[in-house]
Design a protein. Structure first.
Length: 255
């Protein structure tokens, strides 16, 4: 069958490099439906609540603030080691259309546990709408993607295998979801160590969450506890921030 050859664009080359870098990572998955009724009630009282991606970025970072293993990466150089980062760094998968082509770009958000939901949400929205040249993470990753193959492999190896560089290039966790496009249980792969995916809110006020992690870093029991803690944070700290954001000042009426 005679087909039509197509050049691999820079955006698809990035995904090819990402998949190559993810080969060999021993991923394990754990999924659970979380009851988020208090969070939904808080969102309902807010005029313009932050998006779900921002919500999960901050919630996971708040859990990681108290759980150092969620800020730990596996690094190979100069010898295999577990490297604990001082703060969380999130990479959010941003779906875009560039030159008529659908693509995914990673938006970096450093220390999301210290940022407001509104700030995180604004960064994610900027990643969706701003020109690639105007987003620092996009510029950096595209510069690396333009390199010849041997230099790309070297740059990715440096970014992956030195603990200090992992936070700069790949973060401590990722967030990816297709909930906005109809939902489904997504099991994405990355170079690790953690990636969080979530589905659509169900009629029973639950949301299905999947955590995939590098088994070299930790085991299933801690991740099961993390999912429990994530549910608690969503319904307490995140819900409280949404309620505070939804409060409108009351002006005194003269009599």
């Amino acid at each position: 069958m005679r087909g039509t050859p197509r050049t691999i664009s820079l955006r698809r080359r990035l995904i090819c490099d990402l998949m190559h870098a993810s080969m060999g990572v021993p991923f394990v998955s754990l999924s659970r439906s979380l009851n988020i009724r208090p969070l939904l009630e808080a969102r309902a009282g807010t005029t313009a609540p932050a998006g779900w991606a921002a919500t999960f970025v901050k919630a996971f970072a708040l859990v990681a603030r108290d759980e150092p293993v969620l800020r730990t990466v596996y690094a190979k150089w100069p010898w295999p080691t577990l490297y604990e980062l001082p703060k969380s760094v999130a990479l959010v998968a941003i779906a875009r259309v560039e030159a008529g082509e659908e693509c995914v770009m990673p938006q970096r958000i450093a220390a999301p546990e210290t940022l407001s939901l509104a700030t995180i949400d604004a960064e994610i929205r900027r990643g969706k709408t701003a020109p690639i040249a105007d987003v620092p993470m996009f510029r950096k990753i595209m510069r690396a993607t333009r390199l010849p193959l041997p230099l790309r492999r070297l740059s990715w190896a440096i970014g992956l295998n030195f603990g200090r560089q992992r936070g700069n290039w790949f973060g401590s966790f990722g967030v990816s979801s297709v909930a906005a496009y109809g939902g489904g249980e997504l099991h994405p792969i990355t170079p690790g160590p953690y990636i969080v995916s979530y589905g659509r809110v169900e009629p029973d006020q639950t949301i299905h969450v999947v955590i995939r992690w590098d088994h070299r870093v930790t085991d299933a029991a801690p991740i099961a506890r993390v999912l429990t803690r994530l549910e608690q944070v969503l319904n307490t700290e995140i819900a409280a921030e949404l309620r505070a954001a939804g409060l409108k000042p009351i002006r005194a009426v003269g009599t």
